[in-house]
Design a binder for this molecule. Structure first.
Ligand code: FDA
Length: 389
């Protein structure tokens, strides 16, 4: 079957395009991925010793307020009523996060009303009032005051960036949310939950169409295989969701990313921490947080004598590492503009997804932007002959 459309990358962006083009336009779509599984970073698998679903590339919580995206994803999966909450350890004590009235009252050993807490934080933030902070440390103090900033933000951020916040640009944070209620729901979105049968079942249903062919373990830049850059670009329209700098052979330089190392451990206990995510906010603990995936699905009958935990260590990515979060320095932004010009000039190739646009995208954003690209560019091209650019 010859392809009408080639999609490089089987993450949520690529699969949304493939599914729409196959289902609505009846196109034959070939999807390739260099990994040996579909789903991109949202891929999950059953851990053999415990039977617990583990998100291989880090914890993935689905949430959205976009009705279009919510309607679309519900075609492929139902969602549990999981509500995400995060706790943080500081000086051996556990606090609810994000910082809320519960955190403040526990931290200051007080029973402030919302108005009193607001006045206290405003007073503490006043230490740097009227200044124009040039680094993240000063910005943090100016936003929420020194005590809370130093307890919950300073060292966690330092570990995430492997850099003292005094040496990080103030622009990394524009606001630090403080809630003056006891609400510690992590997300504010209308819809939230986890796919009832897991991410991989959801993703497989998106790809399950007679017109969609998925070829795994296939790199677009491997010219020895038929669906390579050299063999397809110019012959078949391509939706490319791999790294934009790689596509142009790093002509404008490498874009920088942060990555995470996951240290997995199976423990002979039914419950290690009583919740899915605990952050470690102090400098002495080298990891940023511990994920315990069994708590993502309290409705499942997982075995009760074993659990699995994942400690996360954050660092700058080197060539060959998984790129997770764009660093987005000024130099990166200049390179990205140059890559965008090159991408625009590339006829019949559209760049999308987090790697193709060098943007951190939540799943609902990747799906939403793929639906827009489909409606605004792909459909008009195949139905009305408009140029694909
Ligand atoms: P994605 O990276 O998933 O897919 C791209 C695919 O292209 C990959 O499968 C890759 O192998 C393939 N590819 C690349 N180059 C190729 C080449 N040369 N040839 C062939 N294939 C190639 N979101 C959210 O909503 N809630 C959450 O809790 C989280 N949590 C989270 C944690 C961590 C640690 C990260 C890094 C990310 C999240 N996310 C998230 C974001 C989520 O992972 C993201 O929205 C999706 O992965 C985006 O899907 P894409 O299709 O854009 O990229």
């Amino acid at each position: 079957m010859t392809a009408d459309l080639v999609v490089v990358g089987s993450g949520f962006f690529g699969l949304t395009i493939a599914e729409r083009a196959a289902t609505e336009l009846g196109l034959n779509v070939t999807v390739i991925d260099r990994r040996d599984h579909i789903g991109g970073n949202a891929y999950s698998e059953t851990e053999a010793q415990t039977g617990i679903e583990v998100h291989r590339y880090g914890a993935h919580l689905f949430h959205t307020s976009n009705e279009k995206v919510w309607d679309y994803v519900n075609r492929f999966t139902t969602f549990t009523n999981y509500v995400h909450r995060v706790y943080g350890v500081h000086k051996g004590e556990v606090f609810p996060l994000p910082i809320n009235l519960g955190t403040i009252n526990q931290f200051f050993r007080a029973n402030y009303t919302p108005a009193e807490a607001r006045a206290l934080i405003a007073d503490q933030a006043g230490e740097l009032a009227g200044t124009d902070p040039q680094n993240l440390n000063d910005k943090g103090i100016q936003l929420i005051g020194r005590p809370l900033y130093e307890a919950f933000i300073k060292h966690y951020t330092g570990k995430q960036w492997q850099t003292d916040p005094k040496d990080l640009p103030a622009g990394i944070i524009s606001r630090l949310p403080v809630r003056y209620t006891y609400d510690n729901r992590y997300f504010n979105d209308t819809y939230e939950g986890l796919p009832t049968q897991g991410y991989t079942a959801w993703i497989e249903r998106m790809a399950d169409h007679p017109n969609i062919t998925v070829t795994l373990s296939t790199d677009f830049f491997d010219e020895s295989q038929p669906i390579s850059k050299g063999n397809t670009v110019g012959n078949v329209p391509v939706i490319y969701t791999g790294a934009v700098d790689k596509y142009f052979d790093y002509a404008e330089g490498d874009l920088s990313w942060r990555t995470i190392d996951f240290e997995k451990e199976v423990l002979n206990t039914g419950d290690f921490q009583g919740t899915s995510v605990v952050n470690y906010n102090d400098a002495e603990v080298p990891y940023t947080r511990i994920i315990e995936p069994r708590h993502f699905h309290p409705e499942r009958n997982y075995q009760t004598d074993k659990t699995i935990i994942m400690r996360e260590f954050s660092r700058f990515a080197e060539k060959g590492d998984e790129p997770y979060y764009p660093v987005n320095t000024e130099a990166d932004r200049a390179k990205l503009l140059a890559y965008r010009d090159l991408a625009k000039a590339e006829d019949n190739v559209l760049f999308g997804g987090r790697l193709g646009t060098y943007k951190y995208l939540d799943m609902h954003m990747a799906i939403g932007s793929a639906l827009s690209m489909y409606e605004n560019k792909i459909k008009p091209h195949f139905e009305g002959g408009e140029k694909l650019e």
